[in-house]
Design a binder for this molecule. Structure first.
Ligand code: Z5A
Length: 216
């Protein structure tokens, strides 16, 4: 059985991360590999509680570094109570957003000191780097329109959906910069592809990077 692997999915709002997570888990399960889907912020009861307070916008007025601390507090619990135990059991973990979201949303867009962000990341993840990060690249106008279509009538936009188009364009570029800086970990995918085609492209990256030809 292939060794347990940690895959993260990143990208802008409405890029299709949750949809892709389900498709990848199905492909792994078809090979007999147990795969657990989780998400950030959230993924454990304590982290989900922190998610609610961040996405409601309660922390925004405290500034980007305070938000980074909150996302990190949630991540520590998520890693300790969910991700590491799953990997220890031998399960693969597919996580919808992880450390790159903090780098991009709080670090780059929030203009927090990069050295401070790096120190925070080091203590938060305590060595748990993803084996593979799939970055779903999409024009934010398309991603935000998808997210808007999904919202129930009368439902308010969350903390980050409410930001300007320029903010979301900056995030897109910041993700591409992360991918360029860490090509050994990151693969950029065209998130305008239809869900099946996107899943196929993602699977090619997973099998090429994390599985041997005998395991596929
Ligand atoms: N955040 C942060 O600032 N710092 C951090 O450290 C972390 C997070 C961890 C979490 O929001 C917010 O927190 C996020 C970053 C910030 N804010 N933003 N923006 P969230 O979890 O509520 O939202 P999200 O992560 O952006 O996910 P999402 O909006 O649910 O989008 P998604 O998972 O990428 O997409 P989806 O749910 O799979 O699909 C969205 C819609 O598009 C849906 O109707 C699908 O049917 C459709 N779809 C999906 N794939 C396709 C394709 N391929 N083609 C066409 N249509 C598609």
């Amino acid at each position: 059985m292939p060794q347990a692997r940690f895959i993260t999915l990143e990208g802008g709002e409405g890029a299709g991360k949750s949809t892709l997570a389900r498709a990848l888990a199905q492909r792994l399960q078809a090979l007999g590999i147990a795969a657990e889907i989780t998400r950030e912020p959230g993924g454990s009861p304590k982290a989900e509680a922190i998610r609610d307070s961040i996405l409601s916008g309660q922390i925004k007025s405290h500034g980007a570094f305070a938000e980074a601390l909150m996302f990190s507090a949630a991540r520590i619990d998520h890693i300790d109570t969910r991700i590491r135990p799953a990997l220890a059991r031998g399960d693969w973990v597919i996580c919808d957003r992880f450390l790159d979201s903090t780098r991009v949303y709080q670090g780059v867009s929030g203009a927090v000191d990069p050295a401070l962000m790096a120190e925070l990341e080091t203590v938060t993840i305590d060595g748990l780097m993803p084996d593979l990060t799939l970055i779903l690249d999409i024009d934010p106008e398309i991603g935000l329109a998808r997210a808007a279509r999904r919202r129930a009538p009368g439902e308010a936009k969350d903390r980050f959906e409410s930001e300007t188009l320029d903010f979301h364009r900056g995030l897109r570029q910041a993700y591409l910069d992360v991918a360029a800086a860490e090509p050994q970990r990151c693969v950029v995918l065209d998130a305008t592809l239809e869900p099946d085609a996107l899943a196929e492209a993602a699977w090619r990256a997973v099998s090429a990077r994390l599985l041997t030809p005998q395991e596929v």
